[in-house]
Write a protein that binds this ligand. Structure first.
Ligand code: F6P
Length: 544
């Protein structure tokens, strides 16, 4: 469809113009029922989007756009196992991975037998490690697990593992290594005992430079300490869609856990890529995580658009980006345990929908994904919130908090929640010049007051949503991640792009491969651009 020429788009545009002069303050005053119309509940999650710059009347206009984009058909095609990832010729079936029992309805080829069989093997592997029965090459029990992976083979398990660290195994250490920079792996190895360490090499392709180099270094370290290549079989496992490559690396067949082409890296947490997480939190909590995601899948497939969390969240994002002109979206967790959530969502959203060409190969007629960024909200308040409040830029925000704390200290959780709620209110309602003047006039007047006054005004009208979880438990986290996954899918359908490929990451990898040999050999730099040659010259001077 021609999105920006569609009837639905035009109707939203016209509505947007009529709403533009209305401040959030006024919207709240006008409609006392606003919060109940503009909030949704799902199991242990409250989604309050009343501080978005919409009215209840906006929602049917936005949902009409989803209908015009044939969202229902696309959803059925995804869940039905069609090759909707056309540029890679692949199905998109990460949703099958959270089913707790089969068969997976509608899929042309039932993937559940392989999903369930792999999950069973993961459970057995995790249980052996957790119970101390898994022994290393020298007969000592494994005490540390290191997941070596990057992007989708790192961020999901690391993010959830940290979010659920309150229920992590008390003595097993689970670590994540992703960066090529030896400054991550080297200090970690210094703290580990090779006799009691298990490495999980997580890579869908088993070719990713960062992961393969870190895995080789880990293997060298193990062999130099244990002295026998047979040790690899006891200390390495692989999570991959390329088992033959893992075999060539020396990993034993029984320690290779498959995933499949139809799982995108950033959607792979639910697959064997989640093994480190399952080891940390245990198979039952992992199953609860899947159950939470599966509940969100059911909701997404069955709830009417007007009451459908992922659909509404996606449409509000489109409203902010395409009709209000926002270019970024801030993710602000008010929960220390969610500190990796912004990075996880950056990959999920920007690698999926950071595209300017549609499924048909034509340039998109409108902007697609905004820049996703974020930080723990409470820390951000004392760093960059100044710009959110008075910087004059439109920055929609996602506030995310959990009511119950897993690490309660007297007074802390109450203060944290108060700050979270205060920030979204202050951003929405601001402080007018009259209010600021009234406040200042208690302690000053005249020129002094007039000079300070402009600095004390808060324009407000900054849109935000709040996702409030009853607590950070596996079900709620599973539902939260699936919510964002489906948001991404809905937006991709409406923008008319393929959310499941990532060709944009390839060029940089190829260029890095051409530069690498030239770091050591100046003769190989001749064909490189002048800037790169200069950087290499400086590097050679300081490397030697
Ligand atoms: O380069 C980007 C990317 O392919 C991501 O999509 C992926 O999550 C990450 O690299 C890691 O890929 P792999 O699991 O194949 O090592």
């Amino acid at each position: 469809m021609n999105l920006t020429a569609s009837t639905a788009w035009k109707a939203i545009e016209a509505h947007g113009k009529s709403l533009a002069p209305v401040h959030l303050r006024e919207m709240f005053t006008r409609d006392p029922g606003r919060v109940s119309s503009l909030s949704l509940r799902f199991d242990g999650i409250l989604y309050d989007f009343s501080k978005q710059r919409v009215e209840p009347a906006t929602l049917p206009l936005l949902t009409a756009l989803a209908r015009e984009a044939r969202l229902d058909e696309w959803t059925a095609r995804m869940f039905g196992g069609e090759k909707i990832n056309a540029s890679e010729g692949r199905e998109v079936l990460h949703v099958a991975l959270r089913r707790l029992s089969g068969p997976f309805p509608g899929s042309a080829c039932d993937v559940m037998p392989q999903v369930l069989a792999t999950r069973q093997r993961m459970v057995a592997f995790a249980e052996r490690l957790r119970s101390g029965q898994a022994l290393g090459f020298t007969g000592l029990p494994i005490r540390s697990v290191v997941n070596i992976g990057i992007g989708g083979s790192d961020l999901g398990p690391k993010m959830v593992g940290y979010a659920l660290r309150a229920i992590s195994h008390p003595t097993l250490g689970v670590h994540y290594v992703s960066n090529l920079d030896g400054a991550q792996l080297a200090p970690l190895l210094q703290t580990l005992d090779p006799r009691t360490t298990m490495f999980l090499v997580a890579s869908k392709t088993f070719t990713t430079q960062e992961t393969m180099l870190n895995a080789q270094t880990a293997r060298d370290w193990l062999l130099s300490n244990l002295g026998d290549p047979a040790a690899i079989g006891k200390h390495f496992a692989a999570l991959t869609a390329k088992p033959e490559r893992a075999g060539e690396f020396g990993i034993a067949e029984e320690a290779i856990f498959p995933l499949w082409d139809w799982v995108g890296g950033r959607f792979s947490l639910w697959s064997a890529v989640g093994l480190a997480l399952m080891i940390a939190i245990g198979p039952q909590a992992f199953a609860d995580l899947l159950a939470g995601a599966e509940r969100m899948d059911e909701h997404f497939c069955n709830a009417p658009y007007e009451r459908n969390l992922p659909v509404i969240m996606a449409l509000l994002g489109i409203w902010n980006t395409n009709f209000l002109g926002a270019t970024s979206n801030a993710v602000l967790p008010y929960n220390e345990s969610l500190k990796y959530l912004p990075s996880f969502l950056q990959q999920l959203e920007m690698e999926s929908n950071g595209k300017a060409v549609g499924r048909d190969g034509q340039p998109l007629a409108c902007a697609s994904n905004p820049i996703v960024w974020g930080e723990l909200g409470n820390n951000g308040q004392h760093a960059f919130f100044q710009l959110l409040h008075q910087g004059g830029r439109l920055v929609p925000c996602d506030f995310i908090a959990a009511v119950r704390s897993d690490f309660p200290l007297p007074g802390h959780q109450e203060a944290l929640l108060a700050n979270c709620f205060a920030q979204s209110a202050a951003l929405a309602f601001g402080k007018t010049s009259d209010e600021a003047r009234a406040e200042l006039s208690r302690s000053m007047h005249g020129t002094e007051l007039e000079e300070l006054l402009p600095h004390k005004v808060f324009p407000g009208n900054q849109p935000s949503s709040t996702l409030l979880l009853s607590r950070l438990d596996p079900q709620n986290i599973g539902a939260l991640i699936a919510l964002y996954e489906h948001k991404v899918f809905v937006q991709g359908v409406i923008w008319g792009l393929n959310s499941f490929d990532q060709w944009g990451v390839e060029l940089g990898k190829a260029v890095a491969n051409s530069i690498l040999p030239a770091i050591g050999d100046a003769n190989l730099a001749a064909n490189l651009d002048q800037s790169t040659q200069d950087l290499l010259t400086f590097s050679r001077q300081h490397l030697s």
